[in-house]
Design a protein around this ligand. Structure first.
Ligand SMILES: Cc1cc2nc3c(=O)[nH]c(=O)nc-3n(C[C@H](O)[C@H](O)[C@H](O)COP(=O)(O)OP(=O)(O)OC[C@H]3O[C@@H](n4cnc5c(N)ncnc54)[C@H](O)[C@@H]3O)c2cc1C
Length: 641
């Protein structure tokens, strides 16, 4: 079964690298490096291939006029855990440093050199000068230190950091916002909908939630192992965040999901500009600055241990030192750091979040005495993926290529874990949290079993035969390219052919009998055949004695051959890592605030959960709300209001 792990690790990288390491036009940097002279391009995205250690890699590089915006490795076959990690490191260094003068990673020289040569090829295609970018930077930059000062410095420009910066500026503070990449908005740019409790619009529509009950249910669902004050503060305050954002032009749209109101974020393509406008109208208008490509690495403290500022590294190697009376950490956690994720949570699946969130903010805060909370390992595991889809997309239409993926989101198909046994009522897949958490709890991957008879039903009548209440709950971006075909009635033409191709591509298994399928999939034959027998019996009697699945989802197995789809779950972000009080001050081991240090967003969100993220829209609801409140408290403290 180790092949699964290898594939999953390859996918981790593919997904991780698809999140760009970015660069841009810059602010405040007077230093001109020799490498910078190669920075003139025809904007666009260019593709090149190169031979790595394990085979051909395909690399896509996006350029603006003056910068390498992102380096994405779209396909690679490098050694899992070594070559793949080298690629990630080098891609990051290229974008952060705007240079090709990057040292190969020792032990992964072939992989490193292949990536550098493919990027050089893209630079050439974009009309740039690879030779200029290959020149070593002048040593002068590394010694250069730029010094700035502010009342409040915010580190990280995701939803929480932008909100904190705007709120602090609105209180009258001079704010400097530092962001590692050149993108404003962080993970909110990729997200779907937020939860705000009892907003003005929900109240107008007569949908008033019961605050006491909601808070009590939340706390009980988290086994009382939460900061009850923080939970209550979140629910009491998030409604006001909706109006606060709308007033500043970031309008979210009310809709109802199940019985709960949720708030759709503005259209993807407008979000960044809306957040930039918010910053322009508050932070910048009041004399503050937004500084991108500033990678904060260290907190400054005085002799009493109070935080007095932060040091960031610029792409040319120079330093930016910002002294401030308050520092707000909003760096979005550590999910981009595979080692930390493994260490704190054991999760080794793919990353679906931001690869630049590698735990910088947490490490800086821990280094000045912040508490490492007991629930540091929480991950926002969320979306189910299958390794099969990327390859199938090259062979079939987007809708057809997604048959295996859609099967992973449907409640009618038998799911088994790496031990060959069923592990849940498969209707858990109708909602994101139960789907992801039950899968991850059970192992690194799970298998979705489908028979030829079942495929034939789908081939003739589509998902209308499945008695499902609605379309599979996949994130909208998964079906964006086949939205018109994504209906319950649309027949799944050629489904068997697609599953055959999946097996031929090495991304799934087939067997004429359950025993043969188990053997080919490398799972325990005895366990699987018994489980299969039990499940088949349940589909005949309508009684699932093992998990109690609703009989309407017990689709008969019928005849073989049988297929197994390898399904994995991805991680959108780590949750928590710093303990904060209701003013969002970071606490030390004794639960005493570290003067001058605040945290908001994912870094502080562990206060709401016990050991698993079970929110619906709460990632965003909390990011905006904690940012708004944390920024306000920090500014008030600094301005002694
Ligand atoms: C694909 C995806 C879909 C999601 N969908 C939803 C959804 O529908 N609903 C929901 O509620 N939640 C969703 N989430 C979660 C939600 O987006 C996050 O919980 C929330 O946006 C986190 O905000 P943040 O400000 O804490 O962190 P982030 O948005 O991660 O922002 C952190 C920022 O800090 C920057 N940074 C990191 N290190 C440094 C450093 N050393 N120096 C300077 N800057 C640094 C990063 O570049 C980034 O811009 C989703 C997440 C993902 C990835």
């Amino acid at each position: 079964m180790h092949n699964h792990l290898k594939r999953i690790l390859t996918l981790v990288l593919a997904v991780a690298l698809i999140v760009s390491f970015v660069a841009c036009n810059t602010v405040n940097t007077k230093s001109v490096t020799s490498a910078a002279s190669g920075l003139s391009f025809k904007p666009g995205t260019y593709t090149a291939t190169a031979e790595g250690h394990g085979g051909t890699m395909t690399v896509q590089v996006t350029f603006s006029e003056k910068a390498i915006v992102s380096v994405k490795v779209q396909q690679q076959a490098e050694t899992a855990g070594l070559g793949d990690q080298a690629l990630q490191k080098i891609a990051e260094e290229i974008v952060q440093g705007q240079t090709l003068a990057v040292d190969a990673v020792s032990g992964a020289t072939d992989s490193s050199e292949a990536l550098l040569s493919a990027v050089a090829d893209c630079v050439r295609q974009a009309g740039g000068d690879p030779a200029a970018l290959q020149e070593k930077k002048s040593a002068v930059s590394a010694e250069k230190v730029e010094r700035l000062s502010a009342d409040v410095v915010v580190v990280g420009a995701g939803a929480s950091g932008v909100s904190a910066a705007v709120a602090a500026a609105d209180e009258g503070a001079k704010v400097i916002l530092l962001e590692k990449t050149d993108i404003i908005g962080g993970a909110s740019n990729l997200s779907w909908a937020a939860n705000f409790f009892n907003t003005s619009v929900a109240l107008e529509k007569g949908m008033k939630g019961d605050l006491n009950k909601t808070v009590a249910d939340w706390i009980a669902a988290n086994h009382w192992r939460v900061d009850a004050a923080a939970v209550r503060q979140y629910f009491s305050e998030s409604g006001a965040t909706y109006d606060w954002l709308a007033k500043r032009g970031y309008t979210t749209t009310f809709f109802v999901m199940g019985n709960s109101p949720l708030y759709l974020l503005p259209p993807y393509e407008t979000r960044q500009d809306l957040l930039k406008n918010m910053l322009a109208n508050s932070v910048e208008k009041r004399g503050g600055q937004v500084i991108t490509r500033a990678n904060a690495q260290k907190l400054l403290t005085d002799k009493n241990g109070n935080v007095t500022g932060v040091v960031a590294v610029r792409p040319d190697g120079s330093s930016l030192e910002v002294s401030a009376k308050a520092v707000i950490i909003a760096t979005g956690g550590y999910a981009g750091n595979a080692e930390m994720v493994k260490q704190y949570s054991g999760f080794q699946g793919p990353l679906g979040g931001l690869s630049q969130n590698v735990g910088d903010g947490l490490k800086m805060a821990w280094a000045v005495g912040a508490e490492v909370p007991r629930n540091i390992g929480i991950q926002m595991v969320h979306q189910t993926l299958t390794n099969a889809t990327p390859k199938l997309k090259k062979q079939f239409s987007p809708f057809e290529a997604s048959y295996p993926l859609m099967l992973c989101y449907l409640p009618n198909f038998m799911n088994v874990g790496p031990n060959g046994a069923r592990f849940r009522d498969e209707s858990a897949v109708l909602a994101a949290d139960p789907a992801a958490i039950t899968s991850v709890y059970n192992g690194t991957y799970h298998l979705v079993i489908v028979s030829k008879s079942q495929l034939e039903m789908l081939e003739s009548k589509g998902m209308s035969v499945l008695n499902i209440p609605r379309l599979p709950a996949m994130p909208p971006e998964f079906y964006a390219d086949y939205k018109a075909q994504f209906t319950l009635e649309n027949p799944w033409k050629g489904a068997e052919k697609v599953l055959e191709a999946m097996v031929a591509n090495g991304d799934g298994y087939k067997g004429n009998t359950p025993a043969e399928l188990a053997k080919n999939a490398g799972i325990d034959v005895e366990t699987f055949t018994q489980e299969f027998k039990n499940y088949e019996e349940a589909t005949k009697t309508g009684l699932d004695g093992d998990f109690g699945k609703d009989s309407k989802y017990l689709l008969p197995m019928g005849k073989g051959p049988y297929y197994a789809i390898v399904a994995v779950v991805n991680n959108l972000g780590s949750v928590g890592g710093l303990t904060v009080n209701k003013k969002f001050q970071v606490l030390n081991q004794q639960r005493v605030p570290i003067k001058g240090l605040y945290a908001v967003g994912l870094e502080a969100e562990g206060t709401l959960f016990s050991d698993a993220y079970t929110g619906m829209g709460d990632g965003l609801g909390y990011a905006f709300t904690s940012g708004r409140l944390g920024g306000t408290y920090a500014a008030k403290a600094v301005l002694k209001k």
